[in-house]
Design a protein around this ligand. Structure first.
Ligand SMILES: Cc1ncc(COP(=O)(O)O)c(C=O)c1O
Length: 367
C-alpha cells in the first residue's frame, strides 16, 4: 500500500544523500576495501568521539553489540541480568544466548526502566543491569549507576534507539562499561543493511569485542584466543555510516522540531498522552514518536484509511510468545503499554506537511 504519509521513506533518504553516499561506496569498491579497512577504522573513531568515549567497535547488528558486551563483561551460565520487559526482543535474546537468565522489570511512564523496581530483583546471582534507552530517551542513569555501584554490578546500556540522546549532558552509550548501538536501516543512524557498534572506555572490553566479532582472532598475530563469531561491520556499511554520521546532529534537530509540531497540534485531545516527559536532564532524540490512547487500535485503523502509516512497538508482551520460553514477570505497565502505544511517522524525511496531515486526521478521529 502506498501511504500519503509514510512511517519512514528510505527512497527519499537515499535521494537526499545520493552524491555523498555513492562516492563513499565507490571509494570502497574501487580500492577493493571490503573487510576491516580504513573506512571502518575512521567510522569507529568518529563514532567514539560523537558518543564521548575512547573506543567504538563496529559489529554487524545491535544484537551482536549486546551479546558481545555481555560476554565481555563476563556474563555466563548461572548469572542473572536485570532489564526491562518493554524492549525489543533482541535485548533479552542476547542475555539468553550467554546462558544467563533475564530478569524483567517494569518501566515508568516515559517507557524506560523504572529504577525503583530494580533493587527488589537483585540476588546473589545478579551480574549486570541492562537499561534500555527507548524511543530516543536516556534512562535515569544517575539512579541506575548508583544502584549498580552499591551492588557491584556491571552496567551495559542498550542504546540501540538513542544515539545522540543524553542525560545531564552525557551521551547514551557513555555511562556503563559498554554502550550498544544498532544501525538497522530505520534507526536514527541507519545503514543500508544491518549494523551495530559497542562503545566503551574500557580498552580490554573493546579488544574482547574486536576478537569476538572476528572468530576470536587477533589480526596482528594470527592467534585465535577463543571461539568467536563472524560478525563484522562491513567496510562498505561503515563508509556509508561515516557519511551519515556527519548529518546526524542536523537530523536530531529535525526530529526534535517534528516532535514539537506534534506536541503543539496534539496537546489536550481526548485521552491522548504525548511523549514529553520534562527535559531538565534528558535531551531526547525521538527515534520514535510514541503516543498512547485506550482507543489505539481504532485510531490506527482510522489513520491507515487516511493513508497515514503507523507502527506498534510492540503489540504483546514478549513473554506471551511461547517460543521465547519466558515466564510472566507480572509487569502491569508493560502490559498496558502494549495495548495503548502507537508510533507516529518520524524520520529525517518527515515534513511539517506530513505532521499536519497526521494531526488533522487524529483530531478528526477524536472529534
Ligand atoms: C531497543 C533495541 N535493542 C536492540 C536492538 C537490536 O538491534 P539490531 O536490529 O541491529 O540487531 C534494537 C533494534 O531493533 C532495539 O530497538
Amino acid at each position: 500500500m502506498q501511504y500519503r504519509v509514510p512511517f519512514v521513506d528510505p527512497r527519499a533518504h537515499y535521494r537526499n544523500l545520493k552524491a555523498e553516499v555513492d562516492a563513499a561506496i565507490m571509494d570502497c569498491l574501487t580500492k577493493g576495501d571490503l573487510i576491516m579497512r580504513q573506512h571502518l577504522r575512521d567510522f569507529e573513531a568518529h563514532l567514539a568521539s560523537f558518543v564521548g568515549v575512547e573506543h567504538a567497535v563496529g559489529v554487524n547488528s545491535g544484537y551482536h553489540a549486546l551479546h558481545f558486551s555481555l560476554l565481555a563483561a563476563g556474563v555466563g551460565p548461572g548469572d542473572e541480568v536485570i532489564t526491562v520487559g518493554h524492549t525489543f526482543v533482541a535485548t533479552v535474546s542476547a542475555i539468553v544466548h550467554c546462558g544467563a537468565t533475564p530478569v524483567l522489570v517494569d518501566v515508568g511512564r516515559d517507557y524506560n526502566l523504572d529504577p525503583q523496581f530494580v533493587e527488589a530483583k537483585i540476588t546473589a546471582r545478579t551480574k549486570a543491569l541492562l537499561p534500555v534507552h527507548l524511543n530516543g530517551r536516556v534512562c535515569e542513569m544517575d539512579r541506575i549507576l548508583s544502584i549498580a555501584n552499591e551492588h557491584g554490578l556491571a552496567v551495559i546500556e542498550d542504546a540501540a534507539q538513542t544515539l545522540g540522546g543524553s542525560f545531564n549532558q552525557k551521551k547514551a552509550g557513555s555511562f556503563g562499561i559498554a554502550g550498544c548501538f544498532s544501525f538497522y536501516p530505520f534507526k536514527i543512524l541507519g545503514g543500508f543493511g544491518d549494523g551495530g557498534a559497542v562503545t566503551t572506555n574500557d580498552a580490554h572490553l573493546a579488544r574482547t569485542v574486536r576478537l569476538l566479532r572476528y572468530n576470536g582472532e587477533d589480526r596482528e598475530t594470527g592467534e585465535y584466543h577463543y571461539h568467536g563469531y563472524t560478525a563484522l561491520l562491513d567496510n562498505v556499511q561503515a563508509a556509508v555510516l561515516d557519511v551519515k554520521l556527519r548529518h546526524l546532529p542536523q537530523w536530531i534537530e529535525h526530529r526534535r522540531s517534528i516532535a514539537r509540531l506534534y506536541r503543539e497540534g496534539l496537546q489536550g485531545i481526548g485521552d491522548l498522552a504525548l511523549p514529553h516527559f520534562g527535559e531538565k536532564s534528558q535531551f531526547d532524540v525521538f527515534q520514535n514518536y510514541v503516543v498512547r490512547t485506550k482507543q489505539r487500535d481504532r485510531l490506527r485503523e482510522h489513520l491507515k484509511i487516511a493513508g497515514i502509516e503507523t507502527l506498534v512497538h510492540w503489540p504483546k508482551p514478549m513473554w506471551e510468545h511461547p517460543g521465547l520460553g519466558l515466564s510472566d514477570p507480572g509487569l502491569p505497565e508493560t502490559v498496558r503499554i502494549c495495548q495503548e502505544v502507537l508510533s507516529l511517522p518520524m524520520s529525517a524525511e518527515t515534513t511539517p506537511e506530513h505532521v499536519s496531515t497526521t494531526i488533522q486526521s487524529i483530531r478528526e478521529f477524536f472529534d
